[in-house]
Design a binder for this molecule. Structure first.
Ligand code: PEP
Ligand code: MN
Length: 338
């Protein structure tokens, strides 16, 4: 249920509605909009008593929300959400490119890549300190040491850092160092992790699960918002299909689908989405053209010796070329790029 306040509703009237919601044991989510404030209600089992809320001072109307997801839906918030990642807006007119190595391997490797990422014009640095690997014998990441290296790279380059937390217990540590907490594809339905990130003080980058429908994807985001963290960025990273020419099938059609159903920004990750270096640039161009708010790219200066995901990592030189191409595409679709 959504309570839409009148345009001239006072802060006291908004508070009054919030109190009335909480008095019934529900949770209130005030969502300030350009025109008026709306207040989402969650935590109710059955129907909410509409006339009670309709009669409260300052209330314009009470609307049932038809989708299973509520707070992430456009019905509840028509304006796009702009997420602030360490001062970099994601979801506004400017395209946000996050780039960096799959895994933080050493201070030197991270600094070399981070400098090139910055020079190429990307706004965010990505890199995993905790890696979700298919094999327990593969490199699992440097852990806290990796987080310290990312913080050092941010210090030098000024690029805010996006890095993954593998489980709810790990969020405390990641939250301390990161500017945005990544939830990996395999963890999209790790509900305790989602809930913990809903209480985090940093924005969350939520990747689509390997076999997740759009509804499941949005429901996972809903978990985070329902706990009070409205700073969520979605990320399409490819789903499993019978394709035998790519690691995953990058579902670019999900971008306009998300845009029509949700106000949350969405990035596209063509690195995991294709698994092949030569396909990253064409799919990046496509992603921007279909309306993605930005990209998540794996970049390595020596991809052949990378400890993780080398075959899909582009070189800094390839990133330079791609960023120039994106600068030409962006204005055609009304976006800007630094
Ligand atoms: C990553 O971004 O390095 C990663 C592990 O991605 P995903 O969770 O999409 O596989
Ligand atoms: Mn990777």
């Amino acid at each position: 249920m959504l309570i839409v306040m009148r345009q001239d509703a006072t802060p006291e009237q908004i508070q009054g509605v919030v109190r009335a919601i909480e008095a019934r044991g529900f949770k209130a989510h005030p969502i300030p909009g350009a025109q008026r404030t709306a207040i989402g209600i969650t935590g109710n089992r059955g129907a909410v008593d509409r006339p009670v809320f309709e009669s409260l001072p300052g209330v314009l109307e009470v609307i049932p929300v038809t989708h299973a997801y509520k707070l992430v839906s456009r019905e509840v918030k028509p304006e796009p959400t702009v997420v602030d990642v360490g001062g970099v807006p994601v979801g506004g007119p400017e395209l946000a490119v996050a780039a960096g190595p799959c895994a933080v391997e050493s201070l030197e490797q991270t600094l070399v890549v981070a400098r090139r990422v910055r020079r190429a014009g990307a706004r965010l640095l990505r890199g995993g300190a905790f890696k979700p690997r298919t094999s327990p014998y593969s490199f699992q990441g440097l852990g806290e040491e990796g987080l310290r290296i990312l913080a050092a790279a941010r210090e030098e380059t000024g690029l805010p850092v996006v890095t993954e937390a593998l489980d709810a217990e790990g969020v405390d540590l990641v939250e301390k160092y990161a500017d945005a907490i990544q939830i990996g594809a395999r963890n999209m339905q790790n509900f305790s992790l989602l809930r913990r990130c809903g209480k985090a003080s940093k924005p969350v980058l939520l990747k689509r699960g390997l076999a997740a429908t759009l509804e499941e994807f949005l429901m996972s985001a809903e978990y985070i918002l329902a706990e009070g963290n409205y700073q969520v960025i979605l990320c399409e990273r490819g789903v499993r299909t019978f394709s035998d020419f790519s690691r995953n099938t990058l579902d670019l059609a999900v971008v306009p689908a998300v845009k029509s159903l949700s106000h949350l920004p969405i990035l596209v990750d063509p690195s995991h989405g294709t698994g092949r270096r030569d396909k990253v640039a064409p799919m990046s161009r496509g992603a921007v053209a279909v309306g993605a708010d930005g990209l998540l790219l794996e970049v390595h200066h020596e991809p052949d010796v990378a400890l993780s995901d080398g075959p899909q990592s582009i070189t800094p030189e390839m990133l330079d070329v791609l960023m120039d191409e994106l600068r030409q595409i962006a204005p055609v679709i009304g976006r800007v790029m630094q």
